[in-house]
Design a protein around this ligand. Structure first.
Ligand code: FAD
Ligand code: NAD
Length: 159
Protein backbone atom coordinates (compact mmCIF):
# COMPACT_ATOMS: atom_id res chain seq x y z
CA UNK A 1 0.00 0.00 0.00
CA UNK A 2 1.10 3.53 -0.76
CA UNK A 3 2.42 5.45 2.34
CA UNK A 4 0.36 8.53 1.46
CA UNK A 5 -2.88 6.53 1.34
CA UNK A 6 -2.11 5.02 4.77
CA UNK A 7 -1.30 8.45 6.26
CA UNK A 8 -4.42 10.00 4.72
CA UNK A 9 -6.53 7.24 6.27
CA UNK A 10 -4.87 7.72 9.70
CA UNK A 11 -5.39 11.49 9.43
CA UNK A 12 -9.18 10.88 9.48
CA UNK A 13 -8.93 9.87 13.14
CA UNK A 14 -9.36 13.17 15.03
CA UNK A 15 -6.99 13.39 18.00
CA UNK A 16 -5.69 15.79 20.59
CA UNK A 17 -2.05 16.84 20.51
CA UNK A 18 0.51 16.03 23.19
CA UNK A 19 4.08 16.96 23.95
CA UNK A 20 6.06 14.05 25.38
CA UNK A 21 8.88 15.23 27.66
CA UNK A 22 11.74 13.43 29.36
CA UNK A 23 14.97 14.43 31.12
CA UNK A 24 18.50 13.05 30.92
CA UNK A 25 21.52 14.53 32.74
CA UNK A 26 19.41 17.52 33.84
CA UNK A 27 18.44 18.35 30.22
CA UNK A 28 14.78 18.26 29.16
CA UNK A 29 13.79 17.06 25.67
CA UNK A 30 10.28 17.35 24.22
CA UNK A 31 8.51 15.93 21.15
CA UNK A 32 5.03 16.48 19.70
CA UNK A 33 2.97 13.29 19.46
CA UNK A 34 -0.62 12.30 18.74
CA UNK A 35 -0.05 8.53 19.05
CA UNK A 36 -1.26 8.33 22.67
CA UNK A 37 -3.88 6.11 24.29
CA UNK A 38 -5.21 5.07 27.68
CA UNK A 39 -4.48 1.35 28.25
CA UNK A 40 -5.48 0.14 31.73
CA UNK A 41 -7.28 1.38 34.85
CA UNK A 42 -5.84 -1.18 37.31
CA UNK A 43 -2.93 -0.58 37.18
CA UNK A 44 -3.12 2.83 35.52
CA UNK A 45 -1.26 2.53 32.21
CA UNK A 46 -1.01 4.61 29.03
CA UNK A 47 0.88 4.06 25.75
CA UNK A 48 2.83 6.33 23.38
CA UNK A 49 4.41 5.41 20.04
CA UNK A 50 7.78 6.91 19.03
CA UNK A 51 9.37 6.68 15.57
CA UNK A 52 12.76 4.97 15.28
CA UNK A 53 14.48 8.15 14.06
CA UNK A 54 13.23 10.40 16.88
CA UNK A 55 15.91 11.81 19.17
CA UNK A 56 13.65 11.37 22.19
CA UNK A 57 13.64 7.56 21.80
CA UNK A 58 17.03 6.85 23.43
CA UNK A 59 16.43 9.57 26.02
CA UNK A 60 13.24 7.89 27.33
CA UNK A 61 15.06 4.52 27.39
CA UNK A 62 17.91 6.10 29.40
CA UNK A 63 15.76 8.05 31.87
CA UNK A 64 12.99 5.46 32.36
CA UNK A 65 10.46 8.30 32.74
CA UNK A 66 8.33 10.55 30.53
CA UNK A 67 5.41 12.93 30.80
CA UNK A 68 2.47 13.35 28.43
CA UNK A 69 1.23 16.95 28.21
CA UNK A 70 -2.16 17.26 26.47
CA UNK A 71 -2.00 20.69 24.83
CA UNK A 72 -4.63 23.41 25.18
CA UNK A 73 -6.05 25.23 22.15
CA UNK A 74 -3.78 28.25 22.83
CA UNK A 75 -0.63 26.05 22.62
CA UNK A 76 -0.39 25.42 18.85
CA UNK A 77 2.99 27.18 18.72
CA UNK A 78 4.35 24.75 21.34
CA UNK A 79 3.14 21.82 19.22
CA UNK A 80 4.92 23.26 16.19
CA UNK A 81 8.07 23.90 18.24
CA UNK A 82 8.28 20.33 19.51
CA UNK A 83 7.58 18.95 16.02
CA UNK A 84 10.52 20.94 14.64
CA UNK A 85 8.14 23.04 12.49
CA UNK A 86 9.27 26.52 13.60
CA UNK A 87 12.13 28.38 11.91
CA UNK A 88 13.63 29.15 15.32
CA UNK A 89 13.34 26.92 18.37
CA UNK A 90 11.49 28.59 21.24
CA UNK A 91 12.93 28.65 24.71
CA UNK A 92 10.47 26.67 26.84
CA UNK A 93 10.55 26.53 30.63
CA UNK A 94 9.20 23.37 32.22
CA UNK A 95 7.31 23.00 35.50
CA UNK A 96 7.59 19.82 37.63
CA UNK A 97 5.12 17.06 38.50
CA UNK A 98 6.34 14.10 40.59
CA UNK A 99 9.85 15.53 39.88
CA UNK A 100 9.34 15.15 36.10
CA UNK A 101 9.28 17.99 33.50
CA UNK A 102 5.79 19.14 32.48
CA UNK A 103 4.29 21.98 30.43
CA UNK A 104 2.36 24.69 32.26
CA UNK A 105 -1.03 25.54 30.79
CA UNK A 106 -1.59 22.06 29.33
CA UNK A 107 -5.10 20.59 29.66
CA UNK A 108 -3.55 17.57 31.40
CA UNK A 109 -0.06 16.69 32.63
CA UNK A 110 0.56 12.95 33.09
CA UNK A 111 3.77 11.77 34.80
CA UNK A 112 4.86 8.20 33.98
CA UNK A 113 7.53 5.63 34.68
CA UNK A 114 8.33 3.28 31.78
CA UNK A 115 6.62 -0.03 32.52
CA UNK A 116 7.31 -1.90 29.25
CA UNK A 117 8.86 -1.30 25.82
CA UNK A 118 7.64 -3.00 22.62
CA UNK A 119 9.33 -2.47 19.25
CA UNK A 120 6.73 -2.73 16.47
CA UNK A 121 7.84 -2.03 12.89
CA UNK A 122 9.52 1.38 12.71
CA UNK A 123 8.06 2.61 16.02
CA UNK A 124 8.63 1.81 19.70
CA UNK A 125 5.65 1.60 22.05
CA UNK A 126 6.32 2.79 25.59
CA UNK A 127 3.83 1.64 28.19
CA UNK A 128 3.80 4.22 30.98
CA UNK A 129 2.77 3.52 34.56
CA UNK A 130 0.99 6.70 35.66
CA UNK A 131 2.47 8.18 38.87
CA UNK A 132 0.60 11.50 39.00
CA UNK A 133 -1.73 13.74 36.98
CA UNK A 134 -2.60 17.46 37.01
CA UNK A 135 -5.60 18.91 35.16
CA UNK A 136 -6.70 22.38 34.02
CA UNK A 137 -10.17 23.44 32.85
CA UNK A 138 -9.32 24.47 29.29
CA UNK A 139 -10.30 23.39 25.77
CA UNK A 140 -7.82 21.06 24.01
CA UNK A 141 -5.92 21.64 20.78
CA UNK A 142 -7.20 19.19 18.13
CA UNK A 143 -5.60 17.61 15.04
CA UNK A 144 -7.54 16.25 12.07
CA UNK A 145 -6.76 15.74 8.37
CA UNK A 146 -3.25 17.16 8.86
CA UNK A 147 -4.54 20.45 10.35
CA UNK A 148 -4.86 21.92 13.82
CA UNK A 149 -8.45 22.58 14.94
CA UNK A 150 -10.36 24.03 17.88
CA UNK A 151 -13.45 22.73 19.59
CA UNK A 152 -16.67 24.47 18.66
CA UNK A 153 -19.47 24.28 21.21
CA UNK A 154 -22.57 22.82 19.56
CA UNK A 155 -25.87 24.11 20.92
CA UNK A 156 -28.18 21.44 22.29
CA UNK A 157 -31.11 20.85 19.89
CA UNK A 158 -34.39 22.36 21.20
CA UNK A 159 -36.87 19.54 21.75
P1 FAD B 1 13.87 16.84 17.72
O1 FAD B 1 13.59 16.98 16.29
O2 FAD B 1 15.25 16.69 18.23
O3 FAD B 1 13.07 17.93 18.57
C1 FAD B 1 11.84 18.37 18.15
C2 FAD B 1 11.83 19.88 18.31
O4 FAD B 1 11.65 20.18 19.70
C3 FAD B 1 13.13 20.57 17.86
O5 FAD B 1 12.80 21.72 17.13
C4 FAD B 1 13.80 20.92 19.20
O6 FAD B 1 14.58 22.09 19.11
C5 FAD B 1 12.60 21.14 20.11
N1 FAD B 1 12.93 20.88 21.52
C6 FAD B 1 13.27 19.70 22.08
N2 FAD B 1 13.52 19.86 23.40
C7 FAD B 1 13.34 21.19 23.68
C8 FAD B 1 13.41 21.98 24.88
N3 FAD B 1 13.80 21.48 26.06
N4 FAD B 1 13.08 23.29 24.79
C9 FAD B 1 12.69 23.85 23.61
N5 FAD B 1 12.60 23.15 22.44
C10 FAD B 1 12.93 21.84 22.48
N6 FAD B 1 6.27 11.38 15.91
C11 FAD B 1 6.22 10.21 16.58
O7 FAD B 1 7.23 9.49 16.63
N7 FAD B 1 5.09 9.80 17.22
C12 FAD B 1 3.94 10.54 17.21
O8 FAD B 1 2.95 10.16 17.81
C13 FAD B 1 3.97 11.78 16.51
N8 FAD B 1 2.87 12.55 16.45
C14 FAD B 1 2.91 13.76 15.83
C15 FAD B 1 1.76 14.56 15.84
C16 FAD B 1 1.76 15.81 15.23
C17 FAD B 1 0.50 16.65 15.25
C18 FAD B 1 2.95 16.28 14.61
C19 FAD B 1 2.97 17.64 13.97
C20 FAD B 1 4.10 15.49 14.60
C21 FAD B 1 4.09 14.22 15.21
N9 FAD B 1 5.22 13.40 15.24
C22 FAD B 1 5.18 12.19 15.88
C23 FAD B 1 6.47 13.81 14.59
C24 FAD B 1 7.49 14.39 15.61
O9 FAD B 1 6.91 15.40 16.42
C25 FAD B 1 8.70 15.02 14.84
O10 FAD B 1 9.20 14.09 13.91
C26 FAD B 1 9.79 15.43 15.82
O11 FAD B 1 10.57 16.45 15.25
C27 FAD B 1 10.73 14.31 16.17
O12 FAD B 1 11.24 14.58 17.44
P2 FAD B 1 12.72 14.28 17.96
O13 FAD B 1 12.73 13.62 19.29
O14 FAD B 1 13.56 13.70 16.87
O15 FAD B 1 13.10 15.66 18.37
P1 NAD C 1 0.63 13.10 7.76
O1 NAD C 1 -0.47 13.40 6.82
O2 NAD C 1 1.79 12.34 7.33
O3 NAD C 1 -0.01 12.35 9.07
C1 NAD C 1 -1.35 11.95 9.15
C2 NAD C 1 -1.48 10.83 10.13
O4 NAD C 1 -0.75 9.70 9.66
C3 NAD C 1 -0.90 11.13 11.51
O5 NAD C 1 -1.81 11.76 12.36
C4 NAD C 1 -0.53 9.72 11.99
O6 NAD C 1 -1.67 9.08 12.52
C5 NAD C 1 -0.12 9.01 10.72
N1 NAD C 1 1.34 9.05 10.49
C6 NAD C 1 2.05 10.02 9.87
N2 NAD C 1 3.35 9.71 9.83
C7 NAD C 1 3.47 8.51 10.44
C8 NAD C 1 4.55 7.66 10.71
N3 NAD C 1 5.81 7.96 10.33
N4 NAD C 1 4.32 6.51 11.36
C9 NAD C 1 3.07 6.15 11.74
N5 NAD C 1 1.99 6.91 11.51
C10 NAD C 1 2.19 8.08 10.87
O7 NAD C 1 1.29 14.40 8.23
P2 NAD C 1 0.95 15.42 9.34
O8 NAD C 1 -0.26 14.97 10.05
O9 NAD C 1 0.97 16.76 8.71
O10 NAD C 1 2.26 15.23 10.26
C11 NAD C 1 3.41 16.08 10.17
C12 NAD C 1 4.69 15.27 10.39
O11 NAD C 1 4.64 14.57 11.64
C13 NAD C 1 4.93 14.23 9.30
O12 NAD C 1 6.32 14.19 9.04
C14 NAD C 1 4.49 12.95 9.96
O13 NAD C 1 5.18 11.81 9.47
C15 NAD C 1 4.81 13.18 11.42
N6 NAD C 1 3.89 12.39 12.27
C16 NAD C 1 4.34 11.23 12.75
C17 NAD C 1 3.51 10.43 13.53
C18 NAD C 1 4.02 9.14 14.07
O14 NAD C 1 5.18 8.83 13.91
N7 NAD C 1 3.23 8.33 14.74
C19 NAD C 1 2.23 10.87 13.85
C20 NAD C 1 1.78 12.09 13.32
C21 NAD C 1 2.63 12.85 12.54
Amino acid sequence: MDDRLFRNAMSKFATGVTVIATETNGKVHGMTANAFMSVSLDPKLIVISIGERANILSKIKDSGIFTVNILADDQKELSMNFAGQLKETKEVSFARLNDMPVIDGAVAQIACEVSAIHVEGDHTLFIGRVKDVYLEEKDPLLFFNGKYRSMIAVEEPIS
